[in-house]
Write a protein that binds this ligand. Structure first.
Ligand code: 13P
Length: 248
């Protein structure tokens, strides 16, 4: 059985004091969750967030990292720094990183490998744009993203890998993929994992859906057989909304 993961991607929101306040409010309302609960605040909040969640069922993730350990890479953080700060997860290849910061599948591939090598749990994001969906190329795009961002990983231990299917057109737009569409694409991703990495990886990897997940649609998405959780943006900034998603 794959344990569901509900992860909140706070994006560029919540200062350190606001993050600590939100975590304090979240702790009691998510404490009985059956799902694995993760919050991903900005990098500057990570240390405080890790202490604020101490002893609870909430895990902490970063939103990005560079693939090198250390050195002359101004402005970056690395897996070594995340591990040293007791951060457990890291979102990689989010569509906003791809779109605004020009990250390619090759860049993301290096990051996923580095994260796994350092014992982090990468949440690898993939998903098609509206143009690609309307042009009927969703499955090609997904195949290219999986093959590019998971290149040279055949011999690796992928136990810690989490994938998030986030159709770009559903992010922050209020338009959720239908539960059938999300389930279909996630099933397709699992089929790719089976062909490329074998049954064990395909059966064990949690594949989440992301894109306008809210309390009102979480349950129906989570009931779909291929969907193993949610990566939540806007709705993760509201305590009650996020709690209702976590406790779907
Ligand atoms: P929204 O939930 O705000 O649509 O964002 C989804 C997302 O990008 C999570 O990573």
């Amino acid at each position: 059985m794959r344990r569901p993961v509900i992860a909140g991607n706070w994006k560029l929101n919540k200062t350190v004091s606001e993050a600590v306040e939100l975590i304090s409010a979240l702790k009691p309302v998510v404490k009985d969750a059956a799902a694995e609960v993760v919050i991903c605040p900005t990098a500057i909040c990570l240390t405080e967030a890790v202490s604020a969640v101490g002893g609870t069922n909430i895990g902490v993730g970063a939103q990005n990292m560079f693939h090198k350990d250390s050195g002359a890479f101004t402005g970056e953080i690395s897996p070594v720094f995340l591990k040293a700060a007791n951060v457990e997860y890291v979102i990689l290849g989010h569509s906003e990183r791809r779109q605004y910061f020009k990250e390619t599948d090759a860049d993301i591939n290096k990051k996923v490998i580095a994260a796994l090598n350092h014992g982090l749990k990468p949440i690898l994001c993939i998903g098609e744009t509206l143009e690609e969906r309307e042009g009927g190329t969703t499955f090609e795009v997904i195949t290219t993203q999986i093959d590019g961002s998971m290149a040279d990983m055949k011999e690796m231990n992928l136990d810690n890998l989490i994938i998030a299917y986030e159709p770009v057109w559903a992010i922050g737009t209020g338009k959720t993929a239908t539960k059938e569409d999300a389930n279909e694409v996630i099933g397709f991703i699992r089929k790719l994992l089976r062909e490329r990495f074998g049954d064990k990886v395909a059966d064990a990897t949690r594949i989440l859906y992301g894109g306008s997940v809210k309390a009102s649609n979480a349950k129906e998405l989570m009931e779909m057989p291929e969907i193993d959780g949610a990566l939540v943006g806007g709705a993760s900034l509201d305590v009650n909304e996020f709690a209702n998603i976590v406790n779907y």
